[in-house]
Design a protein around this ligand. Structure first.
Ligand code: FAD
Length: 459
């Protein structure tokens, strides 16, 4: 297994990373991206367990208890570790689903996953294509590269061209798991490509963006200064992929299997974060209500009760998704599709309403509280402290709560969260489709007919 120092050293591999118009020569030393490298390195050190083949984070769960036990560990880990686990599970799930018809791919996936676990590598999920005109199929686009595709087939591999957008942590990982973003139709064979590409492969260029705070004093950004991870706009400019790293090559009937497998694990991850985030929002609402002296006021209590009900139901969906897990042919456990998708949808769709309650309860200082550094100014510090004081709460304590709430919900990180909750994992529409597919609609109709006293099958 790698240490944090070994991880840092591993990034000096010639990878082509760009940030705000400049090529990044030294990722670890970069003023914006460097702190995110530190976070990944700290996670390597935290979970370093020499002698254990796969490490405590990256093993394949084999029971509901395994699935459940992994969640707090992943929440302690950084985002790149999290997406690595999801990538391993996506490939394992897809291998289970296509292994019967295409055993050669299942074998390659098993070898690749074992290598990633053994070398303790970080893998990011490259699924979302550029997509050009959304109303047109991949093969009908004016620019044929709008979806990542094979542009050349050789005896020893393929050459791919295209771009995968919004890839969380792409610049910080070692490997890019490339899979089709959706189902492909006959004739779209070149778009049915799944493979693994090293980040430093010739032709890979990653344009990074980041919501990390740019302020010198990060005390006013207590959350985003510790939790930030760049997104990557990943360009595959004629990249050669050798055969042993290809997991699908033209078999359109299997293209959607990869996207669906990723959707399941991505949404389980989102659901588990949404459950914790809902508790955090409740916590901040109660803390600021107490600091404002309003915790016993009826309309504030009602809003917090509503937030508590939301938090409880999101967690209940997470419990149901895990408790009703299914098993692949190799014994790997994977969460229930219905509860995972319905829970992720409910958590994400109502997140903004929970933030609205929090802002309503907290007051305008969410945006206007003076900086923590103002407390240290001899002239204004004592006055700021005095006028920021609340009910049994010192001005500094109350200011720190406001800064945390602003950072979490009303600044760059808060904006990132709003959009991420809606879009990451395929968008709300995707969760509605999968929920509907797995819900027992026929059973619901029968229950309605029975209640109405009507015969089964009546029209
Ligand atoms: C912060 C963040 C991190 C992300 N991380 C990753 C990652 O690590 N890996 C990764 O692969 N992706 C990642 N994503 C991408 C995410 O999965 C996509 O943003 C999402 O799937 C939507 O795709 P899009 O952004 O291209 O929007 P679009 O596809 O343009 O969708 C916009 C809207 O149009 C609708 N729509 C699109 N096409 C059609 C159509 N043909 N018919 C009807 N309606 C349509 C959609 O349902 C949606 O409502 C991330 C996104 C964000 C915001």
């Amino acid at each position: 297994m790698m240490t944090g120092a070994e991880y840092r050293a591993s990034l000096a591999d010639g990878r082509q990373i760009f940030f705000e118009g400049q090529r990044v020569a030294d990722l670890a030393a970069h003023p914006i991206l460097g702190p995110a490298v530190d976070t990944v390195a700290r996670c390597y050190d935290r979970f370093h367990a020499p002698g254990r083949g796969e490490g405590p984070l990256m093993g394949v769960p084999r029971s509901a208890a395994d699935l459940k036990a992994r969640i707090p560990l992943l929440h302690e880990a950084d985002l790149v570790a999290h997406v690595t686990y999801q990538s391993i599970m996506t490939l394992t799930t897809a291998a289970n689903r296509i292994g019967g018809e295409s055993p050669q791919y299942a074998e390659r996936i098993a070898r690749y996953v074992a290598e990633v676990q053994r070398k303790d590598l970080r893998v990011t999920e490259c699924i979302t294509d550029a997509k050009g005109d959304r109303s047109l199929a991949p093969g009908k686009q004016p620019d044929a590269d709008a979806y990542t595709r094979v542009v050349e087939r050789r005896a020893d591999g393929v050459v791919i061209r295209g771009a995968k957008l919004h890839i969380s942590g792409a610049a910080l990982g070692h490997e890019l798991m490339v899979i089709p973003t959706k189902a492909m139709k006959p004739g779209e064979d070149d778009y049915a490509i799944a493979c693994a590409v090293p980040v430093n492969a010739k032709g890979v260029k990653i344009v990074s963006t980041s919501y990390a705070p740019r302020h010198a004093d990060t005390r006013d950004f207590p959350i985003s200064s510790r939790h930030n991870c760049p997104e990557g706009f990943v360009i595959f400019d004629e990249v050669f992929v050798p055969n042993e790293r290809i997991f699908l090559n033209g078999e359109v009937k299997h293209a959607a299997v990869f996207a669906h497998s990723l959707g399941l694990w991505e949404r389980l991850g989102s659901l588990s974060f949404l459950a914790d985030e809902a508790d955090q929002l409740v916590g901040f609402a109660q803390l600021i209500a107490e600091a404002n002296g309003l915790a016993q006021v009826a309309h504030i209590r009602e809003k917090i009760s509503e937030m508590i009900i939301h938090a409880t139901l999101v967690r209940a969906a997470l419990e149901a998704a895990i408790g009703n897990c299914n098993f692949g042919a190799d014994g790997a456990a994977y969460p229930d599709e219905l509860y995972t998708n319905a829970g992720k949808y409910q958590g994400a769709a109502n997140y903004n309403a929970m933030v609205r309650h929090l802002h309503d309860i907290a007051g305008g200082s969410v945006l206007t509280a003076p900086a923590i550094a103002d407390l240290e100014n001899n002239e204004i510090g004592p006055l700021v402290r005095k006028y920021m004081a609340g009910a049994n709460s010192d001005g500094e304590y109350r200011m720190k709560l406001f800064h945390a709430i602003r950072d979490l919900t009303a600044d760059a990180y808060g904006g990132w969260k709003f959009v991420t909750n809606i879009q990451a994992g395929g968008g709300l529409y995707a969760q509605r489709i999968v929920t509907r597919k797995h819900y027992d609609l026929e059973g619901a109709k029968q229950k309605a007919l029975k209640l109405a006293g009507m015969a089964e099958g009546a029209h």
